[in-house]
Design a protein around this ligand. Structure first.
Ligand code: AMP
Length: 288
């Protein structure tokens, strides 16, 4: 496993690998890896097996541009040694772990903005967040030039923003969204879960309980968004200390509210547990 810190080194390593006819799968992360991240690595590895000897690249970069001024950039967990050990076990070929100055040299002012969708769900509560995400992912795509890039459905709004970016800016790659990986008790895995106290960890379960309730109702034939939202809010109210940021049923591509889920929809919830902001969601398939 090769670890590179500069854009020039990454380009040189990939040039050599591509010259051997290998295809490239990219998994962008901010490190502090857990099984959710590793599921993306395994999906990348499996996809590359279609082309024997494909290359799996993982980027590790805590992107300052996607954190708001009062967010957790400084305290975001950084666990590089443990991350390297886990990625080595997964058979990853190349790690790209640049410093902030490598990605954003002094005076850099270019950015990528996917207007509209970037201001919805998490984008509404975290102004500028998706501009930071789109910018860094566009840079990673230009540096690594992957054939496929793997993202978690856990960050459903991020997937919507990036799919639109790939489509409209003609990035020649396939964006693959992978299912949410959960703890055995249902909590969606997140690097931020390690901020939770034992009591907050217990309270946090209310998000996945709300998701399961929506899943149960939808399986029973409920398609009216207002009914699904009311049921989810009733579950969320079981933990009065948990402060709901949003609880919505939206179009999975535009992230705009939909009144009915018949044609497919996304149920998405975000809430503060203590000072930690957690998200969860469920894709509601089109009803035949
Ligand atoms: P992050 O390091 O938080 O930026 O996440 C890197 C990638 O891992 C993103 O595409 C996330 O959506 C994905 N990811 C994070 N948590 C999970 C999870 N529990 N299940 C699946 N994918 C995840």
């Amino acid at each position: 496993m090769l670890i590179v810190r500069t854009i020039a080194e990454a380009r040189a390593a990939l040039r050599e690998l591509r010259a051997r006819g290998l295809s490239v799968g990219l998994v962008p992360t901010m490190g502090a890896l857990h099984e959710g991240h590793l599921s993306l690595v395994r999906a990348a590895r499996a996809a590359c097996d279609d082309h024997p000897g494909g290359v799996v690249v993982v980027s590790i970069f805590v992107n300052p541009k996607q954190f708001g001024p009062n967010e957790d950039f400084a305290k975001y967990p950084r666990t590089f040694e443990a991350d390297m050990a886990a990625l080595e076990r997964e058979g990853v070929d190349l790690i790209f772990a640049p410093a902030a100055e490598e990605m954003y040299p002094q005076g850099a002012t270019a950015f990528v903005e996917v207007a509209g969708v970037s201001g919805r769900l998490d984008g509404a509560s975290r102004p500028g967040h998706f501009r930071g995400v789109a910018t860094v992912v566009a840079k990673l795509f230009n540096i690594i030039e992957p054939d496929k890039a793997f993202f978690g459905q856990k960050d459903a709004a991020q997937v919507a923003v990036l799919k639109k970016m790939v489509d409209e800016l003609n990035f020649g790659l396939e964006l693959v969204a992978c299912p949410i990986v959960r703890e055995p008790d249902g909590l969606a895995m997140s690097s931020r879960n390690r901020y939770l106290s034992a009591e907050e960890r217990r309270q946090a379960l209310v998000l996945s309980r709300a998701v399961r309730e929506v899943e149960r109702l939808a399986a029973g034939g409920v398609t009216e968004s207002s009914e699904l939202i009311a049921a989810a809010e009733a579950v969320l109210a079981e933990e009065p200390e948990v402060r709901v940021d949003y609880c919505k049923v939206v179009d999975p591509d535009t992230l705009e509210d939909v009144a009915d889920t018949q044609h497919g929809a996304l149920f998405a919830v975000a809430a503060f547990v203590g000072t930690t902001r957690l998200i969860d969601n469920l894709v509601l398939p089109t009803r035949a």
